[in-house]
Design a protein around this ligand. Structure first.
Ligand code: DP6
Length: 405
């Protein structure tokens, strides 16, 4: 039993885990069933390295706890949130099914749970925080209650994209055909060691909360966009096959082209929504122009961009091109003086502060100081991890170690 040993009078069980964010290269945009969170098309993402971006969750059960409670990023939140309830109810249902023969363990299922979760990056900034958060919640609860087997379908009930964060490497969420959603689950396409040269740069344009949530945005798209239906029926199925092949064969040219086209198509669906939704801002569009000019100058695709429901860009590129691409970003989007030291975070990058005149001549931009707040340099990473008891976010009384005032 993974008991918390800090306090001998405390009888219970506690588990702490981490989970990654994921960034899709074939986008999920649209639900065919809002209640079960079933998508209109399959999607595919890479989970990112948890050294730089992760959620951490501790879940504890004790017969001394009076009721279920939840703290997110240092603040108590209602555990009655329907999506959290859907995850919790399904986890407990599976645990009951498994443990009905073992009385001592069945008793624990009636105890209340305390859950404490935090991200090491801004919440709701278009950085897939709900994906990491729900994947972490479900994974942690599955370990707490000894549930074996795939739990990506439970994470999906928290936030669709969360199902992909249940695994590391490149992960597909299959659209599925069944009405109950049992076949709409995540599957590993290639594990974390398959394409070790792949790097990811997260360009944080804004760390403010997004204006239209993905949930509301995609609901409006499903209700009003004909292009969404066309995309789901006629584009994604074959594009998905090509993308899986490109990843299996480590064909960067194909991977980059499909990534760029799929991001642009998701945002075209947003524009086809009535009234239109626009997640990108001027800086996002300048980054797109810069990357197309750079790739053209290089004579092949050296870097691919993708955008979720916000203005931040995520770039997928091979490690040998990271210094040139970061030099380019630093030249056209230089940091304000006070953050020069922390502009590039995560994996170390040796870049230059100037670029060639030839390149300047072909990029149709003037430098925009301060438009990119910072860059997280990272790579494809592992799935959820279990941490030792010392890493618990809850103390021996089941209350958070850190609370916001
Ligand atoms: C643009 O998973 O956040 O990031 O299922 O309503 O919680 P809900 O939406 P969410 O949508 C993410 C959409 C996206 C694209 C993607 O990650 O595939």
């Amino acid at each position: 039993m993974t008991a918390n040993n800090d306090n001998t009078t405390w009888s219970g069980r506690s588990v702490t885990c981490t989970a990654p964010i994921n960034i899709a290269v074939i986008k999920y945009w649209g639900k065919r069933d809002e209640q079960l969170i079933l998508p209109t098309n399959s999607s595919l993402s890479a989970s990112l390295d948890q050294d730089h971006l992760k959620s951490t969750t501790t879940a504890s059960i004790s017969k001394e706890f009076k009721r279920d409670r939840l703290w997110l990023n240092g603040k108590e939140e209602s555990i009655e949130n329907p999506r959290i309830q859907n995850c919790l109810i399904e986890i407990r249902r599976r645990a009951r099914k498994r443990k009905h023969n073992d009385d001592s363990k069945s008793e624990m299922l009636n105890w209340s749970v305390h859950i404490c979760s935090e991200n090491n990056f801004p919440t709701a900034a278009g950085l897939a925080s709900s994906a990491a958060g729900y994947a972490c919640l479900v994974y942690t609860l599955s370990k707490l209650y000894d549930i074996n087997g795939d739990v990506s379908d439970i994470a999906r009930r928290g936030s669709g994209s969360a199902c992909r964060s249940i695994y590391g490497g490149f992960v597909q969420w299959t659209v599925g055909e069944k009405k109950n959603g049992s076949d709409s689950i995540a599957k590993v396409v290639a594990d974390v060691d398959h394409w070790p040269e792949m790097r990811v740069l997260v360009l944080v344009v804004s760390d403010q909360k997004k204006h239209t949530s993905s949930t509301n945005g995609m609901r409006n798209s499903v209700n009003t966009s004909d292009f969404l239906r066309y995309r789901a029926e006629h584009v994604v199925p074959s594009r998905m096959e090509e993308m899986i092949k490109a990843i299996e064969e480590k064909d960067y040219q194909k991977f980059a082209e499909l990534t760029i086209k799929d991001s642009n198509q998701m945002h075209a669906v947003c524009l086809d929504t009535y009234p239109p939704i626009s997640y990108m801002n001027d800086t996002s569009r300048k980054i797109i122009n810069m990357i197309h000019a750079f790739n053209k100058y290089q004579g092949e695709l050296k870097v691919a961009y993708t955008y979720d429901a916000g203005p931040n860009a995520v770039l997928y590129l091979l490690d040998e091109h990271v210094p040139d691409v970061v030099s380019l970003i630093n030249y056209y989007f230089p940091p304000c003086d006070n953050i020069r030291e922390t502009f590039i975070r995560g994996l170390k990058v040796d870049f230059k502060t100037d670029i060639s005149q030839e390149l300047k001549d072909v990029v149709p931009l003037e430098p925009s100081p301060g438009a990119i707040k910072y860059v997280i340099s990272t790579k494809v990473g592992q799935g959820p991890q279990i941490l030792p008891n010392e890493a618990s976010l809850l103390n021996e009384n089941g209350l958070p170690n850190k609370l916001l005032q």
